[in-house]
Design a protein around this ligand. Sequence first.
Ligand code: SF4
Length: 448
Amino acid sequence: MMWGLQCPLRLWRAKRAPRVLHVLDLHSPAGQIHEHARRMFPDGVRIPQDLSWEEALVQSAQAMATARVVFRPALEFEGLRIRPDLLLRLPKGGWRLGRVKATTKLRAIHLQELAIEHHVMTQAGIPPAEVGVLCISRRYRADKDEPLLRFVDRSAKVAALAATLPPDLDRLRDILAQESAPEEPTGRRCRWPRRCPYLEDCAPPSEAELPTGESPQAQLHRRAVEQGCLMVLPGLLERLEHDGRTSYLDFEAIAPAIPFLPGLKPFTTLPVQFSVHHRAPDGTLSSEAFLHRDNTDPRPPLALALLKALKGEDPIYVWGEFESKVISKLAVTNPELEAELRALRLRIVDLQSLARSYAYHPDFMGSWSIKRVLPALVPGQDYGELSVSDGGQAVLVWTRMQHPSTPPEQAQVLADQLLAYCGMDTLALVHIRDALLQRARLGPEILE
Ligand code: SF4
């Protein structure tokens, strides 16, 4: 039903073609925070996730008869099923209904989730006495005596929201019963706060809207789609041509929900890995890589290795603004290397911004993600074969790799996967620049 409040079509699709959204990974921020919450209440009883619904109901009722804390109890009222993150028996009587969130900021969706749970508990005859979210304290630091999780009480707001639910729930039940899909336009809710798993069904990429207007870029997009090939605007050649060596850089970073270094706030970005490719003037390719393998501070060794790998004056191609930002922060945290790091930053050329301003291929389908641009410009090249295929997965793999419980042989396998993924990113940059340069040399598309 929660999905139905976000979009009735999503609920309708979920009933007919359920899709697994995600399994909570213990190394993900959410997994770590849930684990931390469980450790806060060692006497808590956890209802296993993999039970049948009926079995979960039985075990939940048994636990709620005696336990002080119950994690993930199963509750139901008139077909509405819920699995709250936690119920805590209060000394004054009644239950505190809580969600556990790996966030420092509460969002409307958290209150909606709680409102449905509040509604079901109330209708089932156990109205919660308190309702809120156990979330990360912004004040938490690894070296300070501050609890990681704080309870944010939202009892009044959630109760008010829950009181408005019944008409919505009746409407959603009707929608679920109907044979034909409800008509719902795509919009921001399809990607925020979480990407809808039915996005490709509702908005196939081939239907990406063409830009209107008369800007050179809009005209270029329309012309490229008409002609079915890569087209570029005047000016690209001058920005890409370079006689000497060229370099290509990509970072991978983590942003741990539970910081492990003194003084760091939750979710502080820490670069842990980079890949560099060089193309010599004769076309020869070479590469270098750095991977931090434990939970010590990665920034000093990474900054030194980066300066060594990128000695020289040549342009450094990157994709997007992230690398530039990381280097700026490294200059702050490594003051003895500040001048050299700032000089490095001046050599950066954002290839994504150049592609966005000067080039279009119909297969970009309105996206400048490197994973969309690479196969469009260099057919046959993509990330398909790699065990790690996106940044989110890379964070999980790095976290697992350096965890003390991971055996060394497995850690090495994970390290190799990370090195292959990051190396693929910089090789992609080499191929993309080559393809753009080759096309720019043929002459730009002239727009009247
Ligand atoms: S993609 Fe958007 S419109 Fe389609 S079901 Fe999901 S939220 Fe609804």
